[in-house]
Design a protein around this ligand. Structure first.
Ligand code: CDP
Length: 246
């Protein structure tokens, strides 16, 4: 990553040309892998994710079995080739363990786990190219992969980020709330929030934040993600329809 830029947004235009409300270009493909029970490939700008689901299947190790519901386990991993620098070593680290844990919890709350007691539903999220917002894009992809595997869910899971970036407006310093943080914005921005929610039930299942936001800024961010979240949900449904209807 280069030096801190002087501005991340100038007169409402971000470094990559987006307006505050704009997501990066999105692409979702359901059933991307042949060997998994369900899978998804997702692109959000240059963040690229593959999600794969196996199960419901027998739990290993056996002592992890839950007798009244399925165990939803999510493993998030950033491929060693996913970043430009030398920061990422292969294998799990503290950050990926944390993301795996919160993702497992978020996914557990959308799956009807009680329908499959004593089984495991394993979800793998592999970040093949990282340009920030990987945990949220991983969850959006994972929810398509779960649906592709035919696992009954309360709702889909739509996940996206917003944050606060600094810049100028009419030559004066400004702080602006914007959706879908990319790498420079995540790195240098003033705050970033990762959210996952069920679009029909309107229930949040993940909220993580770095930095500081006022209540009003947080509310603005929640308002701002509504439209792109609907767009993501629409793309998820289209991807699944395409796989099953051709
Ligand atoms: O990816 P996400 O925004 O969910 O998580 P983060 O911890 O805020 O990481 C932001 C970004 O930093 C990642 O998406 C990667 O682009 C980058 N990163 C990296 O290059 N190497 C790491 N070991 C960790 C993060």
């Amino acid at each position: 990553m280069g030096d801190k830029p002087e501005t991340l947004i100038t007169d409402g235009v971000r470094l990559d040309g987006r307006k505050p409300k704009d997501m990066r270009a999105l692409k979702i493909v359901a059933g991307f892998l042949e060997n998994a029970d369900g899978s998804c490939y997702l692109e959000c700008g240059s963040t690229k994710v593959v999600a794969a689901v196996y199960g419901p299947r027998q739990v290993h190790p056996r002592h992890a079995t839950l007798f009244d519901r399925a165990l939803v386990r999510c493993k998030y991993d950033m491929a060693a080739f996913s970043t430009d620098g030398n920061r990422k070593r292969p294998g799990p680290d503290r950050r990926s363990r944390e993301i795996s844990k919160v993702s497992s919890e978020a996914l557990s709350s959308v799956v009807f786990t009680e329908a499959y007691p004593r089984t495991a539903i394993d979800v793998f999220i592999e970040i093949i190219q990282a340009d920030a917002s990987t945990r949220v894009n991983g969850l959006t992809a994972a929810s398509v992969a779960l649906a592709d595997a035919g696992i009954p869910m309360r709702d889909m899971l739509v996940a996206l980020s917003f944050g606060k970036i600094y810049g100028t407006q009419d030559g004066k310093p400004a702080e602006v709330v914007a959706v879908d943080m990319d790498k420079p914005e995540d790195n240098w921005g003033l705050a970033d929030v990762a959210l996952a929610y069920m679009p029909n039930l309107e229930r949040f299942v993940l909220c993580q934040m770095d930095g500081r936001l006022t209540h009003d800024e947080f509310r603005d961010g929640l308002e701002m993600i509504k439209k792109p979240a609907q767009e993501l949900y629409k793309l998820q449904k289209e991807a699944l329809r395409k796989k099953y209807k051709g």
